[in-house]
Design a protein around this ligand. Structure first.
Ligand code: ATP
Ligand code: MG
Length: 328
């Protein structure tokens, strides 16, 4: 039997370049080798968007289109909707009996996300989302989880929960490993934060050529550079980070010219905007096909969800048996 991959995205908005280099690229590359499960995390989206569930609904189709246009093959990968697998919620409840509040409070990603969102007192569901992610990963017995760097503490927490469950009851769960992408944390257009759906600092995978050009034009660069001939600091410039990511061959030259004040920010931006547009072009072409056929997208999600439901039922039977809860 092929090993399984589980990963996914909160459907809080359209996917961006950070998603691609952090996780999506690995998913596309590994879908032939692994049985791949891709989760549209609507429940997890509620941890920060419970007041606006209608936004989540709108994004469901967008994220599915992002997957398909990025090269996910629906004949190989199983794309499914989290809230339609009630076993995930059930497993989350069981795991939460033996996960301490302090272990969640000390999780560095939880801490920084709570700070970013200005949470004084954390919501129960938000604090516990790494437990729910553990249920996502374990219900389908995934052994590999392609993610960006911010997710590493959660995988560590998942591994601990799996070990604890197996030790408390029976060894039915598998310990997964993380797989970090080429770029573990792509910086956002603001130059301060990771590129993120929620922070308005992203270039989305469905951007038109004009949108890419406009966003790159407005992006923050090295604040010390006022004139073209000023000495630059490419290490702190998001535009240089994009050169390294999307224009690898030319990026050493850019680095040197920026440091010596031989290339202006405008010229540097034009080059990278062109490369990002070249990179997105095949995705745009694939997107049109799926966009014009919403019924096909709907059927892909339906059949993926049905397949995940069967796997969840099987695992849940084992879980209940391990916990001596198969009463009748
Ligand atoms: P939100 O702001 O709503 O949390 P997000 O942009 O952080 O959105 P998620 O759905 O939380 O996106 O993350 C999905 C996956 O993409 C995770 O594996 C995450 O690590 C990865 N990822 C997200 N942003 C980046 C980034 N800028 N660089 C690398 N990987 C990223
Ligand atoms: Mg996130």
């Amino acid at each position: 039997m092929k090993e399984r991959i589980l990963t996914g995205d909160r459907i809080t908005g359209k996917l961006h370049l950070g998603h691609y280099v952090g996780s999506l690229k690995n998913r596309v590359e590994l879908q032939n080798q692994y049985e791949t499960y891709l989760l549209l995390a609507d429940v997890q989206a509620l941890t920060t968007h419970f007041e606006k569930p209608e936004l989540i609904e709108q994004n469901l189709r967008n994220v599915a289109l992002d997957y398909l246009s990025a090269g996910i093959n629906p004949d190989k990968a199983t794309i499914f909707v989290q809230s339609l697998i009630p076993e995930i919620a059930e497993l989350t409840t069981y795991f939460s009996m033996f996960v301490t509040v302090n272990s969640l409070r000390h999780n560095p990603t939880i801490k920084s996300e709570a700070k970013e969102r200005g949470f004084q007192d954390m919501y129960y569901g938000f604090l516990g989302y790494p437990v729910s992610q553990t249920a996502d990963i374990t219900f389908c017995k995934a052994t590999l989880v392609p993610i960006g760097e911010d997710q590493l503490p959660h995988i560590e927490q998942t591994r601990k929960i799996v070990r604890r469950f197996n030790q408390l009851y029976k060894p039915v769960l598998l310990e997964p490993k993380p797989l970090i992408g080429d770029v573990p944390r792509l910086i956002g257009l603001d130059g301060n934060n990771k590129m993120s759906k929620s922070l308005g600092n992203a270039i989305h995978l469905d951007s038109t050529q004009e949108e890419v050009n406009e966003k790159i034009k407005k992006a923050t660069t090295d604040p010390a550079r006022v004139h073209k001939m000023d000495i630059g600091h490419p290490d702190i410039c998001p535009i240089y980070a994009y050169h390294q990511t999307f224009r690898k061959e030319g990026s050493d030259e850019i680095y040197e010219s920026c440091k010596k004040g031989q290339i202006g920010c405008m010229e540097c931006k034009l080059k990278i905007a062109q490369s990002i547009n070249d990179f997105l072009e095949p995705m745009r072409e694939r997107r049109i096909v799926y966009q014009n056929n919403p019924k096909m997208v709907y059927e892909i999600l339906m059949s993926g969800t049905e397949k995940a439901q069967l796997v969840a039922k099987e695992t849940m039977q084992e879980i209940r048996e391990a916990m001596s809860m198969n009463y009748f």
